[in-house]
Design a protein. Sequence first.
Length: 120
Amino acid sequence: MTDRTMTEQDLDRLFAAARTSPPPPSEDFMARVLADALEAQPRALAPGVAVPVRPPRRRFWAVLSAGFGGTGVLAGLASVAVLGLFFGYADPTGLTDSLLSGSSSDLEMVPVASLFLTEG
């Protein structure tokens, strides 16, 4: 049995030969490539034909903020809405009672804050 292993010098010679004379592409292959390239190119419209252009779509938040007067106004409105939800949840009767009585020593600004801070 003969030893058919290649050495590095044999591989270097093969690669050098492949680099110097690359095989030319076949005529059939070139015809298919050119046909695909012509198919992929955009077609020119006939003169005088108008291309319909759709107006760009505006996103939901852009339309909403423009309707309210800008993003700053929308952010302020959202902040006030969150504050209104908090005041609706936190009963402000303790605040009004202590303000009307005139005594500020027992004034608790957020009477139900412990509900938000408890675990479980």
